[in-house]
Ligand binder design. Structure first.
Ligand code: Z2T
Length: 835
């Protein structure tokens, strides 16, 4: 296509009614007087909603121009693109980020102030885009930010869920789930009714022969559902690049509903078909680190993979290149195994539709895909039952069997007579029913497989994917340690700290080169700087105290040590260890004399996080936290010495307030279970210290910031298997301090003890799989050290500053460049004003 091609032909985004403007437009907006005359009649909340809408629309105009320009330029240049396939994009709010990236936040602030609004109030009107569960979805969002900032030609592909992750309310201490309907008045998405793909399900496979007598399979489907594209602009920071996130929405393939059926009087069936279709993109599955094998989930996966691949292939075919060049033009990254069917779908397109030979098609497929693994937890590894797959995707199952056959033949050649090996690495697990192991397809169909932190990448090579290292050699496996975007997680979340750093470093270049933070170490002993650093932390704690007051009604003393654990509730993340530690602290405080209590550092233990709706153990952990809070917080003898807070509905926008406000935060998973963790990075980057196990990225954080600046405790990953074994076959001795805690719970100190029986018995009686008892003593001792060191505020400050100075490695920009070089082989493309 030429530069002057009509925009619609490029399949890039265009806003409704917008085309390239002939003249540059400047940010004007309405004058104060026009608004003032009507504002008196509008109630406050509506006025703020209007302030948000007006600001969002103004910035959206800007984005659309750069978005179209970027897409045209990328199409014209025709170089390799990256496609990031993720079932989750946990974006949070867009306005602040758009203002920062367009670079006109100050103008907007002044404009809003003229109209009588505070910019923060306008920003906080926006509903979070919460299309994700936790770390995996947020990583995808950080990727998009970084890829745009670094000018990579990159698209995200996902599902446009009508309901994102549920809203959590705490009622009488219990989690309640409220649907998160978020789509009304969303200014950041653009429906593309011109870009649709019809997706097939069910039916059967016909075998025919072509003129040369070659076998041709064709899939005759039983159901068709239409995918409609919705595009979201992704602006980069300090660049003209604005990339695209394309989210697919499902609707009936007949359009609204089947008019033929409708006119024939079959109203019910017409409406039922429509509903079946729309159900596919209706709701995000709310499980973090768990796969449940439901048919609708498999339908979501195929719907989104097939629509995305159709789109990618369509774009490639416009270049008129030979198929062999596909991997030179296209890199597709699979965010976990959720998009694994994309591998099978591309193979199907190439052989069934495009008529390529198997081997050539398969070379193209493996050259195109990369697979990122995010967990070793067995319950999270995706498996689909063969009968389910046979019914929903009959042709894909055949292709999976063929992939498996060719793969096993090659393994058999290299490892003759090793039948154990063959059954271990087979894509098909010989269980009842048989299961398709999705991770194996992802490994076999990709040229690179990566883990997300060093320990995790080592673990996948030595445990769950060991045989594949033997088969393919170590080069197919690599590590890319996760990171976070400093734009959102430092500058937006903590503008004052960012400004202080900019002041010392002579500008904001560190936001695009985070390693520049190391220059801060020169100021560690600067008295004024220290004072400002500590004042900012104090202000951020005040901001959090206000949030706590607003959402829980509790007042906390902002001079207390703020101890934070916010993340999805999961036994492996061990919020139970934390709350048992809090109970231990409470019992110790109760046993002290008034004199002894005077020496205690006041503490606020802050929790937040959602439990998957069907995860009973996680829900009882939440209930225990709230039950402890109810007793401790009203104990006048204890007063400010200990407060327990559960912040309901933890999400991205709350994280932006919480992360800058911790003194210490907890990353205390059983060693070897947390693939990376990314909130650990967010807290340290904001000057909080952390307590953690030798797990995930904690290990590399320690390496970077120095072990004197982190509170590590607990058993090591290499000892976990042994300990678990001993729990079952030898001496399980409950830690004596933990026993005191359990006794208090059983005595009813925190209400009816029967609510907590399963929580306690999972440790006392059922093998303590997550090693809570084994790590308890070390955990308590380490918290005592935290108390002691917090009393030396000067030392604490030095640790805080030094740690931030050494966090450069954890920028998402480093991560993105590593993927680009070692997995995608793509180059950046600068978008100039003239483009
Ligand atoms: C998830 O958030 C993570 C892993 C998953 O495995 C699923 C979900 Cl929803 C299937 C997390 C990891 O638990 C965390 O350690 C990691 O930092 C994050 O992905 C991003 O890699």
């Amino acid at each position: 296509p030429s530069v002057g091609a009509p925009i619609a032909d490029l399949q890039g985004p265009v806003g409704p009614g917008f085309s390239r403007p002939k003249h540059k437009r400047t940010f004007t907006g309405f004058g104060p007087s026009e608004i003032k005359s009507v504002e008196a009649s509008i109630p406050e909340p509506l006025r703020e909603a209007a302030a948000y809408s007006g600001t969002a629309l103004a910035f959206r105009d800007r984005l659309i121009i750069e978005w179209n320009r970027t897409q045209q330029r990328q199409t014209f240049t025709d170089q390799k693109r990256v496609y990031y396939l993720s079932l989750e994009f946990l974006m949070g709010r867009a306005l602040d980020n758009a203002m920062l990236n367009v670079g006109m936040k100050d103008i907007a602030r002044d404009g809003l102030a003229d109209l009588g609004f505070r910019i923060e109030d306008a920003i906080s009107q926006e509903h979070d885009a919460a299309l994700g569960n936790g770390g995996l979805g947020r990583l995808a969002a950080c990727f998009l930010d970084s890829m745009a900032t670094l000018n990579y030609p990159a698209w995200g592909y996902g599902l446009r869920y009508r309901y994102g992750i549920f809203k959590q309310e705490i009622v009488n201490g219990y989690q309640m789930e409220i649907p998160d309907y978020w789509l009304d008045n969303n200014p950041w998405e653009f429906p593309r009714h011109d870009i649709t793909v019809d997706i097939q399900f069910y039916g059967h496979v016909n075998k025919t022969y072509d003129e040369d007598g070659k076998v041709v399979y064709s899939w005759e489907a039983g159901e068709t559902v239409r995918a409609v594209a919705y595009d979201v602009p992704i602006p980069g920071y300090r660049t003209k690049t604005t990339n695209n996130l394309r989210l697919w929405s499902s609707k009936a393939s007949s359009g609204e509903f089947d008019f033929q059926k409708f006119n024939a009087g079959d109203y019910e069936s017409a409406v039922a078909d429509q509903q079946t279709a729309e159900t596919i993109s209706a709701v995000l599955y709310p499980n973090d680190n768990l796969e449940r094998g439901k048919e609708l989930r498999l339908k979501q996966q195929y719907f989104w993979c097939a629509a995305s691949l159709y789109d990618i292939v369509r774009r490639f075919k416009k270049t008129k290149r030979a198929w062999s060049e596909f991997p030179d033009q296209v890199a597709i990254q699979l965010n976990d195994t959720h998009p694994t069917l994309a591998i099978v779908e591309l193979q199907r397109i190439l052989i069934d539709v495009e008529g390529l030979e198997w081997d050539e098609a398969w070379r193209i497929v493996t050259g195109t895909f990369g697979y990122t693994n995010h967990t070793v937890l067995p319950e999270a590894l995706e498996k689909w039952s063969v009968p389910l797959m046979q019914n929903l995707l009959p042709r894909h199952l055949q292709i999976i069997y063929d992939i498996n056959l060719f793969f096993l033949q090659s393994v058999e050649k290299r490892f003759p007579n090793d039948r154990d090996m063959l059954s271990r690495v087979s894509i098909i697990e010989e269980s009842h029913p048989k299961m398709v192991r999705m991770a194996y397809i992802a490994i076999i169909g990709s040229h690179k497989v990566n883990g997300v932190a060093e320990l995790h990448s080592d673990l996948i090579k030595t445990t769950i994917f060991k045989d594949f290292v033997t088969i393919y050699g170590p080069d197919r496996f690599t590590n890319v340690t996760n990171g976070i975007t400093p734009r959102r997680w430092l500058h937006q979340a903590n503008p004052e700290l960012s400004a202080l750093i900019a002041d010392k470093l002579g500008g904001y270049d560190f936001l695009t080169d985070l390693t520049l933070l190391d220059k801060l170490e020169a100021f560690v002993d600067d008295k004024n700087f220290r004072q400002e650093w500590s004042d900012i932390k104090a202000k951020n704690k005040l901001r959090l105290a206000k949030l706590i007051k607003d959402v829980t009604g509790y007042s906390v003393n902002p001079n207390s040590l703020f101890d934070v654990q916010v993340k999805r509730i999961h036994e492996y993340k061990r919020q139970q260890l934390n709350i048992f530690g809090v109970i231990h602290r409470y019992l110790s405080l109760k046993a002290m004399t008034p004199e002894e209590r005077k020496k205690v550092v006041p503490r606020v233990s802050i929790f937040g996080g959602k439990a998957a709706p069907g995860y009973w153990m996680a829900k009882s952990i939440i209930y225990l936290i709230n039950s402890v809070a109810a007793v401790v917080n009203k104990d006048e003898e204890i007063g400010d010495l200990l407060k327990v807070i559960f912040i309901e509905d933890y999400n991205v926008s709350k994280a932006e307030i919480i992360c800058p406000a911790s003194d210490i935060s907890e990353h205390i998973s059983t060693a070897g279970t947390e693939a990376s963790g990314t909130s650990n990075m967010k807290f340290v980057l904001n000057g909080g210290l952390i307590i953690g196990t030798c797990d995930g990225a904690n290990i590399e954080i320690t390496r970077e910031i120095g072990e004197q600046n982190i509170f590590l405790f607990g058993n090591l990953a290499e000892d976990v298997e042994d300990l678990r074994h001993r729990h079952f076959y030898g001496d399980f001795q409950l830690d004596p301090q933990l026993k005191r805690v359990f006794d208090a719970i059983k005595e009813g100190t925190f209400g009816d003890p029967s609510s907590f029986t399963s929580l306690i018995s999972s440790i006392e009686e059922h093998g303590d799989y997550y090693l809570v008892s084994d790590d308890f003593n070390s955990y308590i001792a380490t918290h005592d050290m935290v108390d002691k060191e917090f009393q030396n505020q000067e030392e604490w400050l030095a640790k805080s500053i030094t740690s931030v100075a050494r966090m450069g490695f954890f920028s998402m920009d480093r991560v993105t460049n590593e993927y680009a070089d070692s997995i995608w082989n793509v180059e950046p493309l600068n978008i100039a004003d003239e483009d």
